[in-house]
Design a protein around this ligand. Structure first.
Ligand code: NAP
Length: 254
C-alpha cells in the first residue's frame, strides 16, 4: 500500500511549511502529493524534501481537476494518510466595490474546492487517517471589509466540526486550524485592491508556529486548533460578547 500525504496550497506559506515539517516527522509515508498552480514553486519544494513527491500543478477550482486527482489516487492504489487543505485566499475591501470574480474565487477555492477535495479523498482513507482544514480566526465573527472571506472560513470551521463527528466511527480525525494573521503571501493578495488591515501587525505570527501547533492538535485529535494566545483571547471574546457589539467596535478599527 502506497501511503501518501496530499497538501493543497503547497507552493507557498502555510502549505509549504506543512511539507517541510512533515518531511522530517513522517518517515513511514511513501509519497507527498503537492498541489498548487505554480509548478516552478512545486519543483523548488520537491528539491528540498527527502520524500518522493508527485506534483500536480492545477487550479483546484477548475471543473474535473479534483476528480482527476482522486482518479490518480485510485489508479495508484494509494491510501491517503493525511489530507491538508491549505489552498485559499481572501481579498479585503467593501463587498459592493469588489470584483465579482474575486468574490466567486474566494467561495470556489475556500469552500467548494475544499469540500470536493475532502469528499473525493475520504474513500481512500483508512483508520487513523487525518484531515487538516485551514479555516481562520476570521471564522469566529463576521468581519467588516472581509465579509465574504470571513464567511467562507465560518463555513470551513462549521463543516470541519460536523465532519469530524460523522467520521468518528471510522477513526478518521478532522482538525480545523484557525490562525490569526500569518506572515505569508496571503496579505500581498488580500491587500492588492488597496484596502489594508493595519491591526494585523499586532498579531502576526509565522507559518512555523501555526504548522507546529496544527500538527500537534491533529496528532492529539483536537477538533479546533487556535495556534496563538492572541487568537485564543479573540475566540474567547467572540464567544462571550454579542457579535453586534464586536461589529460595532470593529467599525473604529483599521
Ligand atoms: N496568512 C494568513 O494570515 C492566514 C490566516 C488564517 C488563515 N489562512 C488560510 O491559510 C491558508 C493558506 O494561506 P497562506 O497564508 O499560506 O497563503 P499563501 O502563502 O498565499 O498560500 C496560498 C496557497 O494556496 C494556493 N492556491 C490558491 N488558489 C488556488 C487554486 N485555485 N488552486 C490551487 N492552489 C491554489 C496557492 O498556490 P498557487 O498560487 O501556486 O496556486 C498557495 O500555495 C488559506 O486557506 C488561508 O485562507 C491564512
Amino acid at each position: 500500500m502506497n501511503n501518501i500525504i496530499i497538501i493543497t496550497g503547497a507552493s507557498s506559506g502555510i502549505g509549504r511549511e506543512f511539507a517541510y515539517q512533515l518531511d522530517k516527522s513522517m518517515k513511514k509515508i511513501d509519497e507527498f502529493w503537492l498541489v498548487a498552480r505554480r509548478s516552478e514553486r512545486l519543483d523548488d519544494l520537491e528539491s528540498k524534501l527527502s520524500h518522493k513527491c508527485r506534483k500536480f500543478a492545477m487550479d483546484i477550482t477548475v471543473k474535473d481537476e479534483v476528480s482527476f486527482l482522486a482518479d490518480q489516487v485510485k489508479d495508484s492504489g494509494s491510501c491517503v494518510r493525511m489530507l491538508i487543505n491549505c489552498a485559499g485566499f481572501g481579498i479585503l475591501g467593501k463587498f459592493k466595490d469588489q470584483d465579482y470574480k474575486d468574490i466567486q474565487g474566494m467561495i470556489r477555492t475556500n469552500c467548494e474546492s475544499l469540500t470536493e477535495m475532502t469528499y473525493r479523498m475520504i474513500p481512500y482513507m483508512k483508520k487513523g487517517s487525518r484531515i487538516i482544514q485551514l479555516a481562520s480566526s476570521a471564522a469566529f465573527v463576521p468581519q467588516i471589509n472581509f465579509s465574504v472571506y470571513a464567511a467562507t472560513k465560518s463555513y470551513v470551521l462549521s463543516f470541519s466540526r460536523s465532519l469530524r463527528e460523522e467520521l468518528r466511527a471510522q477513526k478518521i480525525y478532522v482538525t480545523a486550524v484557525c490562525p490569526g494573521p500569518v506572515d505569508t503571501e496571503f496579505f500581498e493578495i488580500a491587500e492588492k485592491k488597496g484596502t489594508n488591515m493595519s491591526v494585523k501587525d499586532y498579531f502576526m505570527t509565522t507559518p512555523m508556529v501555526v504548522v507546529d501547533k496544527a500538527l500537534r492538535c491533529s496528532r492529539y485529535r483536537i477538533p479546533v486548533c487556535v495556534p496563538t494566545f492572541g487568537m485564543l483571547f479573540f475566540e474567547g471574546v467572540c464567544k462571550k460578547f454579542p457579535h453586534s457589539w464586536i461589529l460595532f467596535f470593529s467599525r473604529f478599527m483599521k
